[in-house]
Design a protein around this ligand. Structure first.
Ligand code: NAD
Length: 255
């Protein structure tokens, strides 16, 4: 196989959670550009009609399925709907996530639970529901969006729940990778540094001196910069890679 052919996702079906904006939107576009059919698993499918049209213009099939990742029954229903429509799923990107900035002593029970519910339980529900089908079919590829927050403590904002949740995502990635490797299912995590989205307003003067000033590359990433890396992880280009945490942070964790 010629080396660039290994990056092709032609004929594959990929599901991206939380794909309506930010990083998820960019990852769905990248997967489609590499030839994959794409399912946007979002809470409000009506809000992604234009996005679906843009994806279809790339020559792939694109669908939206409604589900809140914190609700295991909704996720299970979405999986059934996707398999009924497309017959298989090759790639799952667990991207949906939320973050709360608050010093530890002020974090409410609701805030703590909300972060854990989306970032940990949501990844778990989707990994288990899609993973069950992937193990049955003997092939599949799951990529969890972790974070440098699993590796360092961010400044100046305190976000203890988010940091703990992403550490859980990294370790769940390794656990599932080890368990499902014999079944032909790979599981890796992508751990981005700061990426300019609504979650991470890197140009806000409150954050900029730390998020940008402390970064070796002196900038945050654009969401589209994660595209080639997700195609690498989703494709045969990374065929011998499982249980890995791929840090993509402009050198932020080097200091
Ligand atoms: P974002 O806030 O722009 O997008 C998050 C998406 O998740 C939204 O579309 C939202 O609707 C969706 N979502 C939230 N709760 C959901 C639920 N219960 N069910 C379904 N969808 C839900 O944030 P982003 O920056 O694009 O973040 C995407 C992922 O990347 C997250 O997991 C985040 O933790 C991670 N990440 C972001 C950065 C960054 O700097 N932006 C850095 C490292 C990791």
């Amino acid at each position: 196989m010629a080396v660039l052919d290994a990056f092709s996702l032609q004929g594959k079906v990929s599901v991206v959670t939380g794909a309506a904006r930010g990083i998820g939107h960019a990852l769905a576009t990248a997967l489609a550009e590499a030839g994959s059919d794409v399912v946007l698993l979002v809470r409000n499918p009506a809000a992604v009609v234009d996005q679906l049209a843009d994806l279809q213009k790339l020559g792939v099939r694109a669908f939206a399925v409604g589900a809140d990742v914190t609700d295991a029954a909704q996720v299970e229903q979405a999986v059934g709907q996707i398999y009924a429509e497309l017959g298989t799923v090759d790639v799952l990107i667990n991207n949906a996530g939320i973050c709360v900035h608050r010093p530890a002593l002020e974090v409410s029970a609701e805030e703590w639970n909300a972060v854990m519910d989306v970032n940990v339980n949501g990844v778990w529900h989707c990994a288990q529901a899609f993973g069950r089908r992937m193990v049955e079919q003997g092939s599949g590829n799951i990529i969890n969006i972790g974070s440098i927050s699993a590796l360092i403590v961010n400044r100046p904002q305190w976000q203890p729940g988010y940091n703990a949740s992403k550490a859980a995502v990294h370790q769940l990635t390794k656990s599932l990778a080890a368990e499902w490797a014999p079944h032909g299912v790979r599981v890796n995590a992508l751990a981005p540094g700061y990426v300019k989205t609504e979650m991470a307003p890197a140009d806000d003067p409150k954050f900029k001196p730390y998020w940008i000033g402390d970064a070796p590359m002196q900038r945050a990433a654009e969401p589209a910069e994660l595209g080639p890396t997700i195609v690498y992880l989703a494709s045969d280009a990374s065929s011998f890679m499982t249980g890995s945490i791929l840090v993509f942070d402009g050198g932020y964790t080097a200091f």
